[in-house]
Design a binder for this molecule. Structure first.
Ligand code: MN3
Length: 200
């Protein structure tokens, strides 16, 4: 069964960049709904319990399981999304091993940040923007709706939710300002570096 995790910080802890009201809705309503609906669909699909990552790949591969995929994948995305942020996060002071990889694979931190914001900004409709580990190198990519790079055989190191529910209360229609603030004020780079360690 899927379970809603505790948030790793208080609901007001990301203010002023992400408001308490946004987390009340985003975590308390949206993420919770993916867990509740995912569990109902999981039960009716009669699938043996497996790791969430395996469940994502299996339900993505089978068209009849698409509603289950949507909820399980969004559950996974949000599990990590809460940990990809922290109070006082963001900025350009990255763990050295991560900074080096970004420089060698993506040119510089500035070019990474530009591509990340641009791909998130131009993702049409709902989706996510990612920094992923793909066949031995870092890539920036975006996915529609609840999809994530696991479906492409990639390993997500960092993701930012660009569904309107993640920014509309705080940034209204200004998705670009939200993405810039995510990188400048919120990202938990230690968690991104830990995921890089487990990807390599
Ligand atoms: Mn969301």
């Amino acid at each position: 069964m899927l379970e809603l995790p505790e948030l790793p910080y208080g609901r007001g802890a990301l203010e002023p960049h992400i408001s308490e009201e946004t987390l009340e809705y985003h975590y308390g309503k949206h993420h919770n709904a993916y867990v509740m609906n995912g569990n109902i669909l999981l039960k009716s699909a009669n699938i043996q319990v497996m790791k969430v990552e395996d469940l994502i790949r299996k339900s993505y591969a089978e068209h009849r399981l698409r509603p289950l995929f949507n909820n399980v994948s969004q559950h996974w995305n949000h599990l990590h999304f809460w940990n990809w942020m922290k109070p006082g996060g963001g900025g350009t002071d990255l763990p050295e091993r991560l900074a080096k990889k970004i420089n060698s694979d993506l040119g510089s931190f500035e070019s990474f940040a530009k591509e990340f914001v641009q791909k998130g900004f131009t993702q049409f409709g709902s989706g996510w923007v990612w920094l992923s580990w793909a066949q031995g190198r870092l890539v920036v990519e975006s996915t529609p709706n609840g999809e994530n790079p696991l479906t492409l055989g990639h390993y997500p190191l960092l993701g930012c939710d660009v569904w309107e529910h993640s920014y509309y209360i705080d940034y209204r229609n200004d998705r670009r300002a939200y993405l810039e603030s995510f990188l400048e004020n919120l990202v938990n780079w230690d968690y991104v570096a830990e995921r890089l360690d487990s990807a390599i």
